[in-house]
Ligand binder design. Structure first.
Ligand code: ZN
Length: 553
C-alpha cells in the first residue's frame, strides 16, 4: 500500500474538523443553513491554515446529496468524489501555473454548461493573486454575474496583490495562523491515532517550528515519522533536521541578560556546528525577547506560543529588569536580525551581534540619562570659585599611606564634588579606582560613579548610595561586586571586601531655596547648549526637568 502523507490522510472532512478557524467555519455553516451562500468567495491567509480544505468542504456542503447543508455526509458519491478531487463539478485551478488570460477564458467558456452530477459548479482558484492583469479582467465580468449554478472560491496567501475590482465582488474571509495550542492538540490526536511515539517537547518543537501552519507541522511530523519509524525522540529530531532546540535560545537570552559574552559565543558556535542557520537563531532569539517584554508587561499568564516552563523561566529572569532594558535588548536584536539577513557572512554577523548584545549592559533608564545630563548642565553652569576651599577639603583626597580613619573618602554630594573626585582620585591608594573598573567593566564603572560616597580603608570598601538611586540595586547584583573584586585582586594581588550601603533620604535645607533653584534653573537647563546637543545626538526629547538636589547636603 502506498504511503499517504499525514496532511492528506487527516485532511478535515467537515467544518468541525477545520482547526483554528472557528469564526469562519461558523459563519459558513450559518450561511449554508440559511441558504445565503455568496456566489464569489475569497479565502485569504497564510499557507497551510486550511483555506483549500475549507473550500472543498464548502463544495461538498453544497453538492452533497443532502445539500446544501452545514454538515455534508461524506458518504454520498458527490461527497466522496469531491474529497478525492475527482468530481467533474468541482474544478480546482492552480493559478500559479495557469496565470494567463487563455486559462481564464477556458473557465468562462465552460461555466455556461450545467453541473453534471451536483447542483453547483464550484471553481476553486488557488493562489489567485498569481493571475495576470488581463486574466483578472477577463474574470471580472463572470464574477459579477455568474450563472446561478456556479460558485467561485478564490484562495490567496497575498490578498494585497489582488485588484480591488475583484476584491469588491467577493465575500472575504481572512484565515489566521493556527495557534500553537491548536496545532499541538491536533498533533497529539493524530500521533495517538497513528500510534506514533512522541513526547510533548517534540510536539511543542514541531508546533513552534511550523509558525501557525498546520500543514507544515504535519509534513514535519511526516518526515520524523518516516525517518524514525514511528519512535520519535527529541534529541534525534532536533539533530537530524537542524530544527532549533529552543532551550539553546533561552540560555542565549539568559546569557545576554547576565552580560556574559563568552557563554553567548559558546552557544552560537555550538549552534553553528549543528548547522543551524544564523537567521533562524536570531529569529528565535527575537521571539524570546519579544515574549519576555510581553511577560514583563503583562505577567507570565500572557498568551504566547512558549512552552509553559519556558514562560515561567523567562518570567523569573525578566522580573529583575525594567521594561526599558528589555526594549533596548529587543531593538538591538531586531537590528541584529536585519544585519544578519543583509550580510554576506551571516555566521560572523551573528557572532559579533550577539557579543554586542551581551555587552549592551542593562540599559540605563532614560530618566537617569536625563539626570546625568542635568548634572552635566549644572556643572557647566555653576563651575565657579566654589570648586575650591571647603569642598575640596571635604573630599580629603589624601593617600592611604597616612592610614587615617576616613582618609579615603570619595564624596560627590554635589555635582561639583563629583568633578573634584575625578581630579583627585589619582592621589588615593586605589588610584583611578573608578576609572580602572570602568575601563574594564564599563557598566559596573558607571554604577560605581553613581555612588554618593565611596570610602576606602585598606581592603575595606564602602559604596554608599542615596536611597533614591536605582544604581544601588544595579551595583548590588552579585556579579558586579564580584567583577570589582576580581579586577582589584588582579591589580593589587589581595582580596577586597566591598559593602554597599544605602542612605536614608535626608530632607534638609530651606525648601524655598530649592524651589527657586528649580524654576530659575529649569529654564537654563532647557536652553542649555550641551543638553540640546545631547538630545540631538541621541534623538531624544526633554520631558521633565527634575530637581535633583533634594536630600543632598
Ligand atoms: Zn454527501
Amino acid at each position: 500500500m502506498s504511503y499517504i502523507v499525514l496532511a492528506r490522510k487527516w485532511r478535515p472532512q467537515n467544518f468541525d474538523e477545520v482547526v483554528g478557524q472557528q469564526f469562519i467555519t461558523t459563519t459558513l455553516k450559518n450561511s449554508l443553513s440559511s441558504g445565503k451562500v455568496a456566489h464569489a468567495i475569497l479565502f485569504s491567509g497564510p499557507r497551510g491554515v486550511g483555506k483549500t480544505s475549507t473550500a472543498r468542504i464548502l463544495a461538498k456542503s453544497i453538492n452533497c446529496d443532502k445539500g446544501p447543508t452545514p454538515t455534508p455526509c461524506s458518504v454520498c458519491t458527490n461527497c466522496i468524489e469531491i474529497s478525492e478531487g475527482k468530481s467533474i463539478d468541482v474544478i480546482e485551478i492552480d493559478a500559479a501555473s495557469h496565470t494567463g488570460v487563455g486559462d481564464v477564458r477556458e473557465i468562462i467558456e465552460n461555466i455556461k454548461y450545467l453541473p453534471v452530477s451536483g447542483k453547483t459548479k464550484v471553481y476553486i482558484i488557488d493562489e489567485v493573486h498569481m493571475l495576470s492583469n488581463s486574466a483578472f479582467n477577463a474574470l471580472l465580468k463572470t464574477l459579477e454575474e455568474p450563472p446561478g449554478h456556479a460558485l467561485f472560491i478564490l484562495a490567496t496567501t497575498e490578498v494585497s496583490k489582488i485588484p480591488l475590482t475583484i476584491l469588491s465582488r467577493c465575500q472575504k474571509y481572512d484565515f489566521k495562523k493556527v495557534s500553537s495550542n491548536d496545532i499541538k492538540n491536533s498533533l497529539k490526536q493524530i500521533t495517538s491515532r497513528e500510534n506514533i511515539e512522541i513526547d510533548d517537547s517534540t510536539i511543542h518543537m514541531i508546533a513552534s517550528e511550523s509558525d501557525g501552519s498546520l500543514r507544515d507541522a504535519l509534513s514535519l511530523l511526516d518526515k520524523l515519522n518516516t525517518t524514525f519509524d514511528g519512535k520519535i525522540k527529541y534529541e534525534e529530531a532536533t539533530k537530524l533536521f537542524g530544527i532549533f532546540d529552543s532551550s539553546y535560545c533561552l540560555s542565549l537570552f539568559k546569557s545576554i541578560l547576565a552580560q556574559d559574552p563568552k557563554k553567548c559565543l559558546q552557544i552560537i558556535i555550538e549552534l553553528n556546528q549543528k548547522g543551524i542557520n544564523p537567521k533562524k537563531t536570531i529569529e528565535q532569539l527575537l521571539r524570546i525577547v519579544r515574549y519576555s517584554v510581553f511577560i514583563r508587561v503583562c505577567g507570565s499568564s500572557v498568551t504566547t506560543d512558549l512552552a509553559e516552563d519556558e514562560a515561567s523561566q523567562i518570567n523569573e529572569e525578566v522580573s529583575k529588569f525594567d521594561i526599558g532594558a528589555l526594549e533596548n535588548i529587543f531593538n538591538q536584536t531586531l537590528k541584529a536580525s536585519e544585519d544578519i539577513s543583509r550580510s554576506a557572512y551571516p555566521e560572523i554577523a551573528l557572532e559579533m551581534n550577539i557579543v554586542k548584545l551581551a555587552n549592551l549592559g542593562h540599559a540605563i533608564p532614560i530618566n537617569d540619562i536625563l539626570n546625568k545630563l542635568e548634572s552635566i548642565s549644572l556643572n557647566t553652569m555653576s563651575k565657579t570659585s566654589e570648586i575650591s576651599g571647603a569642598k575640596k577639603s571635604g573630599i580629603s583626597a589624601k593617600p592611604t599611606i597616612k592610614n587615617e580613619a576616613d582618609d579615603n573618602i570619595i564624596s560627590k554630594e554635589t555635582p561639583e564634588k563629583k568633578n573634584l573626585k575625578q581630579e583627585n582620585i589619582e592621589n588615593l591608594s586605589l588610584s583611578n579606582f573608578i576609572e580602572y573598573i570602568k575601563d574594564n567593566e564599563s557598566m559596573t564603572g558607571i554604577y560605581l560613579e553613581k555612588a554618593d560616597k565611596i570610602e576606602i580603608k585598606d581592603t575595606e570598601i564602602k559604596l554608599i548610595y542615596n536611597s533614591q538611586s536605582v544604581f544601588s540595586d544595579s551595583i548590588q547584583k552579585k556579579d558586579n561586586i564580584d567583577k570589582i573584586k576580581d579586577l582589584l585582586k588582579k591589580r593589587h594581588s589581595k582580596e577586597f571586601n566591598i559593602n554597599v550601603l544605602v542612605n536614608k533620604p535626608e530632607k534638609k535645607g530651606p525648601e524655598k531655596e530649592n524651589n527657586n533653584y528649580d524654576s530659575n534653573q529649569s529654564k537654563n537647563i532647557i536652553n542649555n547648549k550641551a543638553l540640546k546637543e545631547a538630545l540631538d545626538t541621541f534623538g531624544g526629547r526633554l520631558i521633565k526637568v527634575k530637581n535633583n538636589i533634594k536630600g543632598d547636603k
